[in-house]
Ligand binder design. Structure first.
Ligand SMILES: Cc1cc2nc3c(=O)[nH]c(=O)nc-3n(C[C@H](O)[C@H](O)[C@H](O)COP(=O)(O)OP(=O)(O)OC[C@H]3O[C@@H](n4cnc5c(N)ncnc54)[C@H](O)[C@@H]3O)c2cc1C
Length: 374
């Protein structure tokens, strides 16, 4: 937010447009489709009511001023699209209502406070007055009855800043503004003759990237609504559009184990038990993706791998669940984990010189004594 008049967006990278990479091998088809969809976000509201739309448009303009910026990130439209799809965060602070309710209550309360103080709704007051009201909201000083149980301070931090800023930086115009290299296909950025942009770990251009076989399936497929592992076959995650055979048991047949989860724990267990000849079925609430076709190099889109259903978190400093700690897919979190594979060191006495071994042994002995006497 800025005080006074709305400021123009400035950039350290004039002339840079991440969209120039759209046709280069740095973007794969899945990423192109996702970005095209984001650029085509409807500008007419589908969730917000007319009066809310006025308030939210003004609110977005205060949080991220784009008065003279070109092109403009359609923040209110992006927020409306998020509310329309109702994609959650994976957690909810117990002091806050559900996401959509929070926005409806917050906008109505902001208008009510604005009318009480300035006799006009938020969208109709001066920019300085809008900023003053938002600063009061940020400090939790807006306490009119329209807020109900929702603390205005939390609405500001958990919804206004979280949603508006997150959406701003999910958009290509913001990427161009900050000089972000944008999406890179799974191989990383590919040196491009047309833009000269080479970031990250350079990879040799791969002709396969531009001449993918036509059997690719659409990126926004129906995996989340239609189970794919059925009829005795499962998606082959290593070959585009291919299937592998899968053992299936009819509903009436008794099995030895039913495992809820197909991740590091559940999947491994199912595999080991099957290898021992047990009858095993595994359930997962998440989709069975074709990563090669359906994963885009785009953080916002890949939220589809996270458990974003609402989980209530309480306490002074509630733990935020969702994107960084839980997956929802066949494969669970292993589908998007970072592949860091920690191993225990070999025993100290084999790896360290005698001097260090003696010191470690002494420290160990001291700790044991402390434990015994403590
Ligand atoms: C972003 C990220 C990066 C990570 N990076 C690394 C790393 O580099 N190295 C490392 O070692 N670890 C990493 N981890 C951690 C590691 O991935 C997880 O610890 C591990 O995968 C957890 O496995 P899990 O079997 O406990 O269950 P989870 O991966 O949590 O999977 C649980 C599965 O159960 C399903 N499920 C849950 N409830 C139900 C239900 N009621 N009905 C049906 N299905 C249900 C879910 O859909 C999910 O698929 C990372 C995790 C994340 C999120």
């Amino acid at each position: 937010m800025t005080n006074g008049k709305a400021e123009a967006r400035t950039t350290l990278y004039p002339g840079y447009d991440v969209l120039d990479k759209r046709t280069t091998p740095s973007w794969d088809d899945a990423t192109r489709a996702v970005i095209a969809e984001r650029l085509a976000t409807p500008h007419e509201p589908r969730f917000f009511l007319a009066v809310e739309w006025l308030a939210v448009t003004s609110l977005c303009a205060c949080v991220v001023p784009q008065a003279n910026a070109h092109p403009v990130v359609p923040l209110a439209a992006l927020l409306d699209a998020r509310m329309f799809s109702n994609q959650g965060d994976g957690y909810r602070d117990a002091r806050m209502p559900p996401m959509r309710d929070a926005w409806r209550i917050g906008l109505a309360a902001l208008d009510a406070d604005s009318c009480e103080k300035y006799e006009l709704p938020f969208a109709s007051i001066d920019h300085e007055e809008q900023i003053a009201l938002l600063e009061q909201m940020q400090r939790g000083e807006l306490k009119g009855s329209a807020w109900g149980d929702m603390p205005s301070k939390l609405f500001f931090s958990e919804r206004v800043l979280h949603d508006v800023c997150g959406l701003y930086y999910s958009h290509l115009h913001a990427w161009s503004e900050i000089g972000f290299g944008g999406p890179a296909n799974p191989l990383g950025y590919v040196p491009s003759i047309s833009t000269g942009v080479t970031r990250g770990k350079p990879q040799k251009p791969n002709p396969a990237n531009t001449t993918r076989p036509s059997r690719r399936i659409a990126v926004l497929d129906d995996a989340q609504t239609q189970p794919r592992g059925k009829d005795g076959r499962a998606p082959d995650v290593f070959r585009e559009g291919a299937w592998i055979p899968m053992r299936e048991y009819p509903d009436h047949e008794e099995v030895d184990f039913a495992i809820v989860s197909t991740s590091a724990g559940g999947g491994t267990l199912a595999c080991r038990l099957s290898e021992q000849g047990f009858k095993v079925v595994a359930f997962d609430a998440g989709a069975w993706w074709y990563p090669l076709e359906e994963f885009a190099s785009d953080e916002a889109h890949q939220q589809k791998l996270f458990w974003t259903d609402e989980r209530i978190c309480d306490g002074e400093n509630p733990l935020k669940l969702g994107h960084n700690n839980s997956g929802k897919a066949v494969g669970g979190s292993t589908v998007h984990f970072a592949m860091v594979s920690l191993r225990f060191r070999r025993m100290v006495q084999f790896a360290q010189p005698a001097r260090i071994r003696r010191r470690l042994a002494a420290r160990l002995a001291r700790n044991v004594v402390l434990l015994r006497t403590g």
